[in-house]
Unconditional design. Structure first.
Length: 571
């Protein structure tokens, strides 16, 4: 089914309330920003986006949509040592996959390198910035602590002329990395460490992926971010809580300079989810350490990982809406995200049958060589999805755990002398079974069928409770199914700092089943298409490895939450 784009909020409709919307509403009532609402999503192009970024994307683009404003996509590409076009392409793809578009509002911090340099010169001329020649270790020692004020750099009182000369020579490449930096001159005794003469420029003799070797000095994030916002006339600069202590610096820089506008920075709680990690450093460790197959491993909390696993854009947007926007950090249950995925796929995923652990079932009284086709719905509640035909023959595959040699009383599947209905087909009764003499495993089950029970109850009124899925052995397509589960077994894998979080990696987070038997229609599935394998869960055709002759499906999520139940209020 085609993915639906997020709809605009209709005129007069009630928007979901949160403290950020309250601030914007108040600004609009006061006539601030000429009635404009302009937000931005400013990722660093040095890695892949994860579910936490998805919350920020949904928030910023959602606000722009609901207030009929604009949301800019701007790459903060100020560190040439870690950035790559690969990451930029991935980020753009993720934003569009989630259903959002920046239109013409696509920018890079590097677009403003010349203006940022000129603003830095202006600060020097005002006596509000100076070139400091302390080493990194000396600078840390001079900075002080949370309890003790810092000390002024011995280079803090250089003359404007000397600072201008040194900064120009820094730009011209005359000095080695680490020999000089440009610092804002604010207050080394400030209780806010970010205001203790922060570095705003450093030397980096690295080629930039957009500007090449044009620059050998690069601005720091805190300095760049606020000026970029101002140049783009952003009205509300929305950040996560870790930037709250940086807001005074954001405002200080803009207050010193002649910029087009002064955006308002607003902080909200970042998204944390249990049974995973969202730290970029730790995600890199998982990839580089070979604990996962890559950034798009379906166990990763990255957007490309969720996409490959089969999560839908609508389910992620719905999850972000349900989590809401708060001022205080908290941890969200992974079960809520999985519930949102189930909720969307239950509505949108067509049904199919696949047998993951095959056991052959032979219908002894069914004519040899005969094949029937059953026309069945693709979705039980959505006739618009149409129907499909599934072949039926004398030999079918069923799941191994749908047969027990000595079943308990409340086992409603197949056992000696027991009857079940084959989904969409006949009622069959087990009359015999064959065991492997060496292992004792059940190799084959023999049944008889009642030819009068196709789509009908038994004429003698007997009750048959069990219904099991199956595929025709002669027509089944052999495929691979990858059963993914949560990456960690501990709810908070990083909570105990004395223990390596990788100790809590789930050894059963991936199980590969190589001899699955799938109904023939699945061979024609498009990569990334999603299905409910009846009775088993939701599965997605792998976007990278799927081939018609060898289908590969990833389990997106089970039919029910097998880890924990979600509180009714979340549902």
């Amino acid at each position: 089914m085609e993915e639906k784009k997020p709809q605009e909020v209709a005129e007069g409709a009630t928007k979901p309330s949160n403290f950020i919307r309250t601030i914007i509403d108040e600004d609009l009532k006061k006539g601030k920003n000429d009635g404009r609402v302009v937000t931005r999503f400013p990722p660093e192009p040095n890695g892949y986006l994860h579910i936490g970024h998805a919350k920020s994307i949904c928030l910023n683009f959602g606000l722009a949509r609901d207030y009929k404003g604009k949301c800019h996509l701007r790459f903060d590409d100020t560190n040439p040592c870690k950035e790559d076009v690969e990451y930029e392409d991935s980020i753009q793809g993720d934003v569009k996959w989630l259903g959002f578009d920046w239109g013409e509002n696509f920018f890079h911090a590097s677009d403003y390198f010349l203006q940022l340099y000129e603003y830095a010169v202006d600060l020097i001329k005002q006596g509000k910035a100076y070139v400091c020649s302390l080493s990194a270790d000396e600078m840390r020692a001079y900075r002080g602590t949370l309890k003790e004020p810092g000390k002024n750099s011995p280079y803090r009182d250089r003359s404007v002329e000397e600072n201008l000369d040194l900064f120009e020579r820094m730009k011209n490449g005359e000095f080695e990395e680490g020999s000089h930096v440009l610092r804002a001159k604010i207050d080394m005794a400030s209780p806010n460490l970010n205001m203790r003469d922060p570095v705003i420029y450093r030397i980096r003799k690295e080629a930039h992926h957009r500007t090449g070797n044009q620059w050998v000095i690069y601005p720091m994030y805190d300095y760049t971010h606020c000026i970029s916002d101002a140049l783009e006339r952003i009205t509300h600069s929305i950040c996560t809580l870790e930037f709250e202590d940086h807001r005074p610096l954001y405002d200080w820089v803009l207050d010193q300079l002649d910029v087009p506008c002064h955006p308002r920075q607003i902080e909200f709680a970042r998204l944390n989810i249990n049974y995973t990690v969202l730290s970029k450093r730790r995600l890199i460790e998982l990839v580089e350490g070979g604990h996962v197959s890559g950034w798009d491993d379906p166990r990763m909390p990255t957007i490309v990982g969720f996409r490959r696993r089969g999560y839908t854009p609508a389910s992620i947007r719905n999850f972000c809406d349900r989590v809401g926007v708060a001022k205080k950090d908290s941890c969200v249950d992974m079960g809520l995200l999985e519930f949102c995925v189930r909720e969307d796929l239950d509505r949108s995923a067509p049904r199919a049958m696949g047998v993951l652990q095959p056991l052959k079932l032979v219908i002894d009284n069914y004519p040899e060589g005969q094949v029937e086709e059953f026309e069945v719905p693709c979705h039980p509640q959505d006739p618009a999805m149409g129907t499909r035909k599934i072949p039926f023959s004398r030999e079918v595959y069923i799941e191994q755990d749908d047969f027990m040699e000595d079943p308990p009383k409340k086992f409603f599947r197949l056992g000696p002398g027991r009857e079940v209905r084959l989904r969409y087909g006949y009622i069959v009764k087990c009359v015999d079974y064959v065991k492997d003499e060496t292992t004792g495993e059940i190799k084959e089950v023999h049944c008889t069928y009642d030819p009068d029970t196709l789509g009908a109850a038994p004429q003698d009124g007997r009750k048959v409770k069990g219904i099991i899925h199956w595929v025709s052995a002669a027509h089944a397509v052999a495929g691979e199914v990858r059963l993914y589960d949560r990456l960690f077994v501990k709810e908070d894998p990083t909570g105990d700092k004395s223990v390596d979080y990788k100790t809590f990696l789930n050894p059963d987070s991936l199980q590969v089943l190589e001899n699955c038997q799938l109904e023939p229609s699945l061979a024609g599935a498009a990569p990334e298409s999603r299905f409910q394998f009846e009775r088993l869960g939701y599965f997605c055709a792998d976007i990278k490895d799927f081939k018609p002759e060898r289908p590969v499906f990833n389990r997106t999520v089970t039919l029910r939450d097998t880890w924990a139940k979600i509180d009714k209020k979340d549902r």
